[in-house]
Design a protein around this ligand. Structure first.
Ligand SMILES: Nc1ncnc2c1ncn2[C@@H]1O[C@H](COP(=O)(O)OP(=O)(O)OP(=O)(O)O)[C@@H](O)[C@H]1O
Ligand SMILES: [Mg+2]
Length: 416
């Protein structure tokens, strides 16, 4: 194993009732990781691959010769899946002369996207629906399905208000599919349309040509699946209309048209899957919209998702020693499980979970986006920091509650 490779593994229990095995495995991995906190089912980054490799080889009989990035030991009551993350440098040489990159190509699964999937909280079917969509596209492309017969362009559009997690979800989705199919090769390329048509306004045409040359060359390798994220796609339409109103419209209109033509050409490539994101569905170029196979709306978090986001923030503050927790805060599904799948405020009366549940309800009424929710604990913390060096969770929750009430009142004032 080369030095620029790290290992990530995911543990899946075949039989969820086997708690004993679950614990045994967890203990075993903990030991192997020298006490690192891990959660079964979540990919974990291992910094000492040789230790774990040795231990797993003896436990599960890992075939040393297998070079692909994952294995399943199907006969065991549990399975351990190991992923190899290649920490290759992104190929940013294409735009080396620019101070900032227009795009970068990353091999997937990528370490920098580790656990992004788990950090995003939506209603359950958002994650699953999108994963099924991308997996289906990917399977069809592996099977070389003729897209003239089965009408797919392998293009998905995510739309919704700013800060609802569209960009993060797209990245996480691609990484997840790559993790689940770790024996195959995936490349990921991200195009930021906003940067393309503002920062590189005058040279957009040249850059687009180089960008698509890169995608073409990646996708020429038929063993590879190429994921492309076209972020903030509404910028194309805005650029076109700005150009029409300006003095020298021809260059940028040509650039927008080139980008659309090139995207169109990608639909001929069986092994390229594109996700586009936008805040403004109505501002999307019709040419792009008509090629999209599935368009999914990403909404601000529901109260469940808001609750989970806030729990993750509070856990982070506690694990950094910045917040004293009185009780263990559980994620929403665990609370439901504890209550026979029905939330009962009686059950958790006066508990912090209940307080947080009420805060999350307020947040979903405003509604607050994931981006704002992730900032909310920081803002609340600024209101309590002067009183105590290590504030308690109660103080933070009270402050959060006040902040949410205030936001709700402001939102109501605006809508009146
Ligand atoms: N549902 C969510 N669960 C957890 N975190 C979220 C969620 N939605 C947004 N976030 C967090 O908010 C931040 C912004 O998300 P992101 O940039 O993906 O949103 P976006 O929809 O692409 O925004 P924009 O439209 O402005 O580009 C990220 O740090 C992300 O983790
Ligand atoms: Mg975005």
């Amino acid at each position: 194993m080369s030095k620029d490779t790290t290992l990530v593994f995911e543990c899946l229990l075949h039989n969820h009732t086997q708690k004993e095995k679950h614990r045994e495995l967890e203990m075993f991995i903990r030991e192997g990781l020298r006490g690192r906190q891990i959660k079964i089912g979540t990919p974990v980054l291992i910094t000492h691959p040789d230790i774990i490799r040795l231990r797993f080889s003896s436990l599960l009989g890992l075939d040393e010769d297998r070079t692909f990035g994952g294995f399943f030991h199907v006969n065991a009551p549990y399975a351990v899946k190991i992923h190899f993350y290649t920490n290759k440098k992104s190929r940013c040489d294409v735009f080396q002369q620019d101070e900032e990159q227009l795009f970068e190509t990353t091999e997937l699964p990528a370490e920098k996207l580790d656990c992004l999937w788990e950090s995003l909280h939506f209603e359950k079917n958002t994650h699953n629906t999108l994963l099924s969509v991308i997996t289906t596209m990917f399977r069809f492309s592996l099977a070389k399905v003729n897209s003239k017969i089965i009408g797919i362009n392998r293009m998905v559009l995510l739309h919704g208000p700013p800060g609802t997690g569209k960009t993060s979800l797209s990245r996480a989705l691609f990484n997840k599919v790559a993790i689940q199919n770790a024996h195959l090769s995936f490349s990921y390329l991200e195009i930021n349309c906003q940067a393309l048509f503002s920062k590189w306004f005058s040279e957009s045409g040249k850059k687009i040509a180089r960008l698509f040359a890169e995608i073409q060359s990646l996708s020429d390798d038929k063993r590879k699946v190429v994921f492309v994220l076209v972020d903030e796609i509404e910028s194309l339409t805005l650029a076109r209309s700005t150009a029409l109103g300006g003095n020298e419209p021809s260059d940028s209109i040509r650039a927008v048209n080139t980008l659309l033509t090139q995207l169109d050409r990608l639909t001929e490539k069986n092994n390229v899957i594109v996700i586009g994101t936008t805040n403004l569905l109505h501002a999307i170029d019709d040419a792009f919209l008509s090629r999209v196979d599935i368009s999914v709306e990403i909404e601000p978090p529901s109260h469940r998702a808001a609750y989970n986001i806030l729990v993750s923030c509070i856990k982070e503050l506690a694990s950094c020693g910045l917040l004293a927790l009185r009780e263990k805060l559980a994620y929403f599904d665990s609370i439901l499980a504890m209550n026979g799948f029905e939330y009962s405020p009686e059950h958790a009366k006066h508990s912090q979970s209940e307080q947080l549940y009420n805060i999350a309800k307020l947040a979903s009424l405003v509604p607050l986006t994931g981006r704002t929710l992730r900032k909310a604990p920081f803002i609340a913390y600024t209101g309590i920091i002067s009183r105590n060096d290590t504030p308690g969770c109660d103080a933070l929750l009270e402050q959060l509650h006040r902040d949410m009430e205030q936001r709700k009142t402001e939102a109501q004032r605006v809508t009146k």
